[in-house]
Design a binder for this molecule. Structure first.
Ligand SMILES: Nc1ncnc2c1ncn2[C@@H]1O[C@H](COP(=O)(O)OP(=O)(O)OP(=O)(O)O)[C@@H](O)[C@H]1O
Ligand SMILES: [Mg+2]
Length: 230
């Protein structure tokens, strides 16, 4: 569950990425976050994970108000899958990458192995376990990064452009795997297939403000999309 009240993100150079945004995402809901380049999608996702030092307003994750005191707790509840998986994968093997979070959380070795193996199995990538993350294909990297996030057992998932760099087959596989996850999800995307197939609700940002909040039917209405800034 994610609730945002009066969120403004203003960068030091004066760019206002988000302006007085209100948004509530219910538990188990999956929403597509859309909007043209620079509309504020990534800024919103970063703010929810507490990586936006220039944010002002209230962000609640599972009813916990994000603050300096709660940021560690909030980060356990929110898993972010970055647009570029190279930003996320840094260990010498896929297994170590997926095991990094649980190990860091203090799980013992046996439990760490169990959790990491089960995340790899869930995404059907156990065969990649001993591979070097940097040498995987784009689609494989995306799934490895997602496995690392799932291993942390967050209740909310934030995706920034999950379809970026994926060929049509990899995109279809990702969609079917993500559809089976029952987390609360915010998916920032320019991709209509992702929005239609994974989300029951579409939010469109325009210059940092909410311009549309409704069903994915909007995606079939070109003149309305234009009006809402897409
Ligand atoms: N670190 C930063 N410093 C200054 N301005 C920034 C910074 N990060 C983002 N911005 C600006 O904030 C605005 C929103 O950017 P953001 O990355 O959130 O957009 P976006 O919707 O994710 O766009 P895209 O579709 O291109 O990924 C843009 O005008 C951008 O130039
Ligand atoms: Mg972005």
């Amino acid at each position: 569950m994610i609730k945002i009240k009066n969120l403004t993100v203003k960068y030091p150079d004066g760019t206002e990425a988000l302006r007085s945004l209100d948004l509530a995402v219910n538990e188990g809901e999956s929403i597509a976050l859309m909007g043209s380049n620079g509309a504020g999608k990534s800024s919103l996702l970063l703010a929810i994970t507490g990586i936006a030092p220039y944010a002002d307003g209230e962000i609640y994750v599972d009813d916990i108000l994000l603050s300096k005191k709660t940021v560690a707790d909030v980060r356990q509840r929110v898993g972010m899958i970055f647009q570029d998986p190279d930003d996320q994968l840094f260990m010498p093997s896929v297994f170590d990458d997926v095991a990094f979070g649980p190990r860091n959380k203090g799980l013992d070795e046996k439990e760490t192995v169990r959790v990491a193996e089960s995340a790899l199995e869930e995404l059907k990538i156990s065969h990649l376990s001993s591979r070097v993350p940097g040498k995987l294909s784009g689609g494989e990297k995306k799934l490895a990064a997602l496995a690392g996030v799932l291993a942390m057992d967050p209740s909310n998932l934030l995706f920034d452009e999950p379809a970026a760099f994926l060929d049509p087959g990899a995109k279809r596989r990702l969609i079917s795997l993500v559809r089976d996850l029952d987390h609360t999800k915010i998916i920032a995307t320019h991709d209509g297939d992702i929005a239609r197939q994974l989300c029951s609700r579409v939010i469109i940002l325009k210059k940092g403000s909410l311009s549309y909040d409704g069903t994915p039917d909007i995606l079939d209405d070109l003149s309305a999309l234009e009006k809402y800034g897409l």
